[in-house]
Write a protein that binds this ligand. Structure first.
Ligand code: FRU
Length: 499
C-alpha cells in the first residue's frame, strides 16, 4: 500500500494530468464539483484559519464511487472556490478501503479533520470495520494522520461519520452513527477536552421508524425567531437515516435526509418535532453545516443520490454540492435560504415582468444554464390545471391542481420520476395562498426555495436543451414579479493547481 504522502501525490498528479479531459457539457457553472472524478458527501465544512473550507468524499480516478479520498476546496465568500490538493487518501490498515465522511474543527491555530477509517474485512460477506480517526494541519492544506481515536466493540459494522463541535465552555463533542448488534440505528455522543482522547457520554438518538443506521449526523444550535425577533434557541439534529420506508410523498428517494428540532442539555436531546425531510427534491443527501465567519449557520449537501443511473459517467465527473444555505427557525419551522453571498453571482440587471398572464400557453423567458428565477403565484387567482416553469424537455416544476401538489417532474430517460408535496401543507405553514419562488438553475441542477425557504426542492436534470419557459395548461394563471438574473460561472473552469 502507498503511504499517505505517496497516495496523495499520485492523486494530485492524476488530477493535474487529466482534469482537462472532463466534458463540461453538464458540468456545474457555480456549484462545487470535483476537477475530475466522483464526489459524494460534503465533509469538513468550516471557517478555519481565515478561509472557508469544504472537503468532500472523493474518488479522483473514475466517475463512480471507489476507495474514498477527501477532496478539498477553499473560499473567501462561500461562492467562489479554489480547488486544493487532495487532503486525505487511504493509506493505513484502518482506512485502506476509504477515508469516509467526517468533519473539521480549528483548535490552537491548527485544522483537525475527523473522519471514519473504513477497512473491508470480507468483500463477499460485506463485512468491514469502521473507526473514528483524526488528521491535523498547520496550513489548512497539508494534513498529517494522527490515527484512530474511537474504536467500536467487537462485531459492530456501521460506525461512522463523526461530527465534532465545541460548546461554550470549551468542551469538544463528537456525534456519529452506529448500528447496534440488534441492527438498530443510534447516534452516539462522546466528549473530549483535547480532541485526541474521547469518552462515551450518551446516546442522543435511538432507532426511529426502522432506521438501522443514521449516516452523517450533524447537531447544532440555531436562534429561534418569532416574527423576526429572537425568542430563544433550538438544537437541530440533521441525519441521513438508512432503512426507512417511503410514506406517501415522503421519503421517496433511495436515501433520505431528515432533521428534527429540540433541546440539548449537554447529554440528552429532547425532541419537540418529528423527523421531516430537509429537502423534497430528488437529489439531496448527507447535509453538513458550519458557522460562517459572522456567525450564521450554513448548511450544504450532496446534490446527487445513491443508486441512480450515473448520467455524467462518460463525462469523467459525477456529483456536486448544493449552494450553501443559511438556516434559521421562525416559529416552529426551519427555513433555508441561499447565503446572501450568492447574490454576487448576479450579472447586470434582471429581465423583469411585473405580471404575466398565460392562458393554456407558455412563454420562453431565457436560455441559460446559469440563472436565478424569481416569481410569485396567487393560488386564489390562478385556476389552471398546471402552472410553473420548464427546462427544455427535462424538467417541469409546477402547481398541480388535480393532485393539489407542488411537483418537480424529471423526464430524463433513465431518471424519470416526480417529487411532490401537498399545497395544503405549504399554504397552512405560510397562512397565505401566495407562493413565492426563488430558483437557482445550473447546468444540470435546480434548487427551488419556496416561501423564503420554508420548503426546498433540489433535483438534477440532464437535458441539453436549456430553454427556460413559464407555462400554463388547461386554464389561466398569472405569474407576478417575475425576475430572471443571469449568473456568473465561477466553478465551470476553476483551475486545479498543485503547489
Ligand atoms: C453517506 C455515506 C457515509 C460514508 C460515505 C462513504 O453518503 O455512505 O455514511 O461515510 O458515504 O463514501
Amino acid at each position: 500500500m502507498l503511504d499517505q504522502s505517496e497516495a496523495l501525490k499520485k492523486a494530485d498528479e492524476y488530477i493535474a494530468a487529466h482534469y482537462g479531459e472532463v466534458n463540461k457539457l453538464l458540468y456545474p457553472n457555480y456549484h462545487v464539483a470535483a476537477p475530475i472524478g466522483w464526489i459524494n458527501d460534503p465533509n469538513g465544512f468550516c471557517y478555519a484559519l481565515g478561509k472557508y473550507h469544504i472537503f468532500y468524499q472523493y474518488y479522483p480516478y473514475d466517475s463512480k464511487w471507489g476507495p474514498m479520498h477527501w477532496g478539498h476546496a477553499t473560499s473567501d465568500d462561500l461562492i467562489h472556490w479554489d480547488h486544493q490538493k487532495v487532503a486525505l487518501a487511504p493509506s493505513e490498515p484502518f482506512d485502506y478501503s476509504g477515508c469516509f465522511s467526517g468533519s473539521a474543527i480549528e483548535h490552537d491555530n491548527k485544522l483537525y479533520l475527523f473522519y471514519t477509517g473504513h477497512a473491508v474485512i470480507d468483500p463477499v460477506k460485506d463485512t468491514f470495520k469502521e473507526v473514528q480517526a483524526v488528521a491535523v494541519s498547520e496550513d489548512g492544506i497539508n494534513f498529517k494522520k494522527l490515527g484512530v481515536v474511537i474504536e467500536p466493540e467487537e462485531g459492530i459494522l456501521h460506525f461512522r461519520d463523526p461530527k465534532v463541535f465545541k460548546d461554550q465552555d470549551g468542551l469538544f463533542h463528537m456525534i456519529f452513527g452506529k448500528c447496534t448488534l440488534q441492527n438498530e440505528g443510534e447516534i452516539h455522543h462522546y466528549t473530549s477536552t483535547d480532541l485526541l482522547h474521547w469518552t462515551f457520554d450518551s446516546v442522543i438518538k435511538k432507532m426511529e421508524d426502522a432506521a438501522f443506521m443514521y449516516e452523517c449526523p450533524d447537531f447544532f444550535e440555531v436562534e429561534q425567531l418569532e416574527n423576526g425577533k429572537k425568542v430563544g434557541s433550538k438544537w437541530i439534529l440533521a441525519t441521513s437515516p438508512m432503512g426507512q420506508k417511503p410514506n406517501g410523498f415522503r421519503r421517496q428517494n433511495t436515501s433520505v435526509n431528515s432533521w428534527q428540532m429540540g433541546d440539548f442539555d449537554g447529554h440528552n436531546f429532547t425532541v419537540d418535532h418529528n423527523l421531516v425531510e430537509v429537502d423534497f427534491g430528488h437529489d439531496f443527501y448527507a447535509t453538513q453545516s458550519a458557522l460562517s465567519a459572522d456567525g450564521r449557520r450554513i448548511l450544504l449537501a450532496w446534490m446527487s443520490m445513491w443508486r441512480l443511473p450515473n448520467m455524467t459517467y462518460e463525462h469523467k465527473w459525477a456529483g456536486a454540492l448544493t449552494l450553501p444555505r443559511e438556516i434559521f427557525i421562525e416559529g416552529n419551522h426551519i427555513y433555508q435560504r441561499p447565503v446572501k453571498e450568492a447574490e454576487s453571482l448576479r450579472i447586470g440587471k434582471p429581465l423583469e415582468l411585473s405580471s404575466l398572464e398565460l392562458n393554456c400557453n407558455y412563454q420562453t423567458i431565457g436560455n441559460s444554464s446559469a440563472c436565478e428565477l424569481l416569481f410569485k403565484v396567487d393560488l386564489a387567482q390562478s385556476e389552471a390545471e398546471q402552472f410553473g416553469f420548464a427546462l427544455g424537455h427535462s424538467l417541469r416544476c409546477f402547481v398541480d391542481r388535480q393532485n393539489h401538489t407542488f411537483t418537480v417532474f424529471r423526464t430524463d430517460l433513465n431518471a424519470t420520476s416526480y417529487r411532490a408535496i401537498s399545497l395544503d401543507e405549504i399554504t397552512k405553514q405560510s397562512k397565505s395562498q401566495v407562493l413565492e419562488f426563488r430558483v437557482f438553475i445550473d447546468n444540470c441542477s435546480v434548487e427551488i426555495f419556496i416561501n423564503g425557504g420554508a420548503y426546498t426542492f433540489t433535483s438534477d436534470y440532464f437535458g441539453n436543451d436549456k430553454t427556460l419557459s413559464l407555462y400554463v395548461t388547461n386554464g389561466k394563471a398569472t405569474f407576478e414579479q417575475v425576475k430572471l438574473y443571469k449568473l456568473d460561472c465561477p466553478m465551470a473552469f476553476a483551475p486545479f493547481s498543485v503547489k
